[in-house]
Design a protein around this ligand. Structure first.
Ligand code: SF4
Length: 223
């Protein structure tokens, strides 16, 4: 692949389902490839080869949706160096750009205009020990207003995950500075149970559901 091309799994128009932007119409660019191997990954199909497209062609397709937000996701989008060209060029066109990353690679070098949604993978993911601590450090080191371009997302499958999450939030005092989106792995943890824990603990985090999985068939692609 040349420096100006990306391996793309799909480009589609949907409702943003998992972040503080949940509910907004959004155009998505899903990059192919990840290899992180989280248990319960809901985009395993993005592991397979996608199609190679020039950055210009990708921009043309995604801009055609005229969506208020454009999200670059995966797979793991940060595995492909040309993603930085894509992100920068979208920002140069004054697009509101979101990047969703699995959190095992550093977001250093991502254009500061991009809103970064960073996963913190809990124990049930099987890859909890691979959360990249640099991302928390970079976020904490950022001055305002750049700090507000970071948010963290935790998708929990049970009580052990919740206890891990609250202890991480305490350790770095993340809720003092960032939006923390806390949700349930679809079908694995009852949302009412998570809500009860969050309320009981007076947790300063936002609860979320994977909205697209309630609107459409949870196994559906391209949403
Ligand atoms: S980081 Fe995301 S895309 Fe990669 S395996 Fe984990 S859940 Fe799937």
């Amino acid at each position: 692949m040349s420096a100006g091309t990306l391996n793309i799994s799909e480009i589609f128009h949907s409702i943003q389902g998992e972040s503080s932007f949940s509910g907004w119409p959004c155009a998505f660019i899903r990059l192919a490839g990840c290899g992180h191997g989280c248990f319960g990954c809901d985009t395993v199909y993005a592991e397979r080869d996608g199609v190679t497209l020039e950055v210009g062609e990708i921009m043309q397709q995604v801009l055609a949706f005229r969506a208020p937000f454009i999200e670059v996701t995966g797979g793991e989008p940060l595995l492909q160096p040309a993603v930085h060209t894509l992100l920068r060029q979208l920002c140069d066109l004054d697009q509101k750009v979101l990047l969703e990353t699995g959190g095992f690679l550093s977001v250093e070098g991502v254009d500061c205009r991009v809103h970064k949604i960073i996963d913190l993978k809990p124990p049930s993911s099987g890859v909890c020990d691979q959360n990249n601590p640099e991302n928390i450090e970079l976020a904490l080191a950022a001055e305002l207003p750049l700090r507000s371009a970071f948010e963290f997302k935790m998708v929990l499958a049970g009580r052990d995950d919740y206890e891990w999450a609250t202890s991480l939030l305490d350790e770095y005092r993340l809720t003092d500075s960032f939006t923390i989106m806390m949700g349930v792995a679809f079908g694995k943890l009852d949302p009412a149970e998570l809500a009860e824990w969050m309320l009981r603990d007076r947790l300063r985090a936002r609860m979320q559901l994977q909205l697209h999985k309630y609107i459409w068939d949870p196994a559906m692609r391209g949403v």
